[in-house]
Design a protein around this ligand. Sequence first.
Ligand code: 13P
Length: 294
Amino acid sequence: MKTSLNKIMRSAQEKGMVIPAFNIAHLPMVEPIARTLKNTKTFCLIEVARPDIEKFGAKSFAAVAREYRKWTDPNFMRLHLDHVPVIDEDGKEVEWKKIIEEALALGYDSVMIDGSRLPLKENIAATREVVQIAHKKNVPVEAELGAVLGHEKGPLPPYEELFKTGKGFTRVDEAKKFVEETGVDWLSVAIGSIHGAISGAAKDKAKVEAKLNIDHLKKLKEITGVPLVLHGGSGINRLSVLEGIKNGITKINVGTEIRQAYEKGLDLGLKIEKIIRDYYGIEGSANTLCLLDG
Ligand code: 13P
């Protein structure tokens, strides 16, 4: 029998282990991730969010689920729906309930509702509604409180200033209320990490090296008791990550670094295409229609 994902997360939390979650920005990324997990006997989540579909090459939630099923092994992997925002990074309202229901029907093993751009009361209400829908199918729910910035268009305030002021950090008093009133299973917290950019030239650039406020994390761990999730996992200072895992981070989302690696590979393919098309000028030199029968 397949062990429930919530049980696996709780067990990781108790043992001080972390479960990585990799964003699929392009469908062929699933296979090498799955292969690495099996070869290293590591458990992780394969996840997809709206920007992976709308801004990159993940195509649809159904397409990712299909690709996942080609390579999955329940001993190593589960499928997670990442960030379903109530208000998205461009300030637009999203049909979040429809997306959550679609993912549940497609057999996603866990879902995330992101009401972090809403006032607390509305974030609680939306999260509670998703918890009610998902728990009927025994599917655990992740939510976000505080603001893990980076997906929005335009430049961020200087990172050091953000970190020093703790702007957008998850508030400890709100976290307690949020977890109690929503019944959410896992909580994404803002403690210093930022998401990699997803639009404009910045999407191809290296991220600023983020760090984590471990004292703040300790307080959130203490007050919430649920597995905590770190978003913006690419390019965080390694010591901070290790300290984070020791102090309550149970899931880390990683997107930008593996997407950029994949896209660099695509760039190499495009370079070859350019050489043979433009430099060797193959087009029309040996037109197949002239050479093949029929
Ligand atoms: P990065 O793209 O910064 O690794 O963040 C991924 C993430 O948090 C997806 O939810």
